[in-house]
Ligand binder design. Structure first.
Ligand SMILES: Cc1cc2nc3c(=O)[nH]c(=O)nc-3n(C[C@H](O)[C@H](O)[C@H](O)COP(=O)(O)OP(=O)(O)OC[C@H]3O[C@@H](n4cnc5c(N)ncnc54)[C@H](O)[C@@H]3O)c2cc1C
Length: 446
């Protein structure tokens, strides 16, 4: 007999939210005082502050500081219930969502659905690159990258062959957007500052770090001037920045690219390759789009209505990295403000006294963009205002501390940053056998 879909007792309007990222969590929190019951489903048990993942990958902060437990975050919200499970099916005709966890399966009936499952890494049809050039979207990714980066320095100490040592000490980052730039800057600082003098057989400053991008500048969304400044700062750190470089192949030992200006094909040998070149929306987007009869673009982003509903279904909302609307970028603020917006519309729907418009269009307020290049150096673009260097770095720090969730995390992140300012050491450079071995094992046996 088919299982009866779960619905909370009491008969209140049931909102199911998929994804406890920036969009989903904000929607839930904004519904705190609404006359609804909320089931929040996420395949991870934590909310992840992705903008600081690169600091986990380079040992600056620990994983828990940017990944507070979702259950803990919702402790004070009586109308919200967390389910740790991976959504495998959405049926918008039956108004149900099915989730699975380690062989268990459960179906939930909803009155309103908020889909906020974010995006994953895209290899533009070359998924086999992933084995050799992992991306950075999850804590597992960041911890695995940390293990690959630190292991490369360890192995270089172990080998005598200078050619093999050079290969081990070569790091190739593909994608010069904010994530690629931030990660590149931090790997350069690890080599030039943190690990300097720690290995007896070689100097870590001999590490070669390449940053490749098919575009003609780094940080394209920041404009030409800041892009040039960021590039020069990276070059001062010893990074070899190669632009107009379209990657055509990634193997265990090398990355091959085509120079789009002169058609030269270049192969760079290097043990550690990192992919930060593209994103594709959660496949749940296409699942909903197909049922609702709306378009999903090549990156899987769904064409939503201007109030963030999908097709004719005015109880199905989508927010954040999964949406395609007015060329909005895939950034945290779009998700945060989208989550708050759909919460407002749901409240208007369930509150009979509300005079708010249930179909109000979503209006995004652009608060600007920031990227850190290295210690004491960042770039900031806020509308027509652009600045860089130390003031930009201070702004970046202030804002990110504000947005990290939880007082405890804010304090420990701040302490780690102060420690990093005054000392060369980083407190989180450990690598475990689990990180080193388990991920490849899991991927092979999926
Ligand atoms: C490394 C990195 C750095 C970034 N830096 C910045 C930055 O500096 N500034 C900025 O504004 N933006 C930055 N971004 C982008 C920003 O993090 C995203 O735009 C934002 O997280 C999108 O929010 P979201 O709610 O749409 O998705 P997410 O925050 O990704 O949340 C999606 C959630 O859905 C869950 N989920 C996915 N599939 C399922 C499923 N099938 N079942 C259950 N749960 C599921 C995931 O576990 C996750 O918790 C960065 C992103 C990355 C990866």
């Amino acid at each position: 007999m088919a299982e009866t879909p779960y619905r909370p007792a009491g008969g209140r309007h049931h909102v199911v939210v998929i994804g406890a990222g920036f969009g989903g969590l904000n929607a839930v929190q904004q519904l705190k005082n609404a006359d609804v019951e909320i089931t929040l489903i996420d395949k991870k048990n934590h909310h992840l502050f992705q903008p600081m993942l690169y600091q986990v990958a380079t040992g600056m902060i620990s994983a828990g500081e940017i990944a507070p437990s979702t259950r803990q975050l919702l402790r004070g919200q009586d109308n919200a219930h967390f389910v740790n499970g991976e959504v495998t099916d959405i049926n918008i005709e039956d108004q149900t969502v099915t989730a699975e966890l380690d062989g268990f399966s459960r179906t939930f009936a909803y009155d309103s659905l908020v889909v906020a499952a974010g995006a994953g890494q895209s290899y533009f049809g070359n998924d086999h690159f992933a084995e050799f050039a992992p991306g950075m979207k999850t804590l597992d990714d960041a911890l695995e990258l940390r293990s690959r980066i630190v292991s490369a320095f360890e192995k270089a100490e172990f080998v005598d062959d200078p050619v093999e040592r050079e290969r081990l000490l070569t790091f190739i980052i593909v994608g010069a957007g904010p994530t690629g730039v931030e990660l590149t800057g931090q790997i350069a600082e690890l080599a030039n500052r943190t690990l300097r003098d720690q290995y007896s057989n070689y100097g870590t400053t001999s590490a070669k770090i390449y940053l490749l991008d098919g575009a003609p500048q780094v940080l394209p969304p920041f404009g030409k001037r800041l892009g040039r400044k960021a590039q020069r700062s990276l070059e001062r750190l010893g990074v070899d920045v190669r632009l107009n470089a379209m990657v055509t192949d990634v193997t265990e030992d090398a990355v091959t690219y085509k120079n789009m200006k002169n058609e030269d094909v270049v192969t760079l040998e290097g043990a550690t390759k990192i992919w930060s070149a593209g994103v594709s929306a959660s496949p749940l987007g296409k699942m909903v789009a197909d049922q609702a009869g709306v378009e999903a673009d090549r990156a899987g982003r769904v064409s939503v209505n201007d109030d963030l509903t999908v097709g004719q279904h005015d109880n199905v909302y989508m927010v954040g990295d999964m949406i395609s609307l007015n060329r909005l970028p895939g950034v945290a603020q779009v998700a945060i403000q989208g989550g708050a917006h759909v919460a407002k519309l749901i409240k208007a729907k369930v509150d009979e006294e509300s005079t708010a418009n249930e179909h109000e269009a979503f209006e995004y307020f652009d608060k600007g963009s920031m990227a850190v290049i290295s210690r004491f150096n960042a770039v900031v673009k806020m509308g027509k205002t652009e600045f860089d260097g130390f003031p930009a770095w201070v702004s970046w720090m202030g804002l990110h501390i504000m947005y990290v969730l939880g007082f405890r995390n804010r304090t420990t992140v701040a302490v780690n940053w102060i420690q990093n300012m005054i000392s060369r050491d980083r407190g989180n450079l450990e690598i475990t056998d689990q990180q080193r071995i388990a991920r490849n094992f899991i991927n092979k046996n999926k």
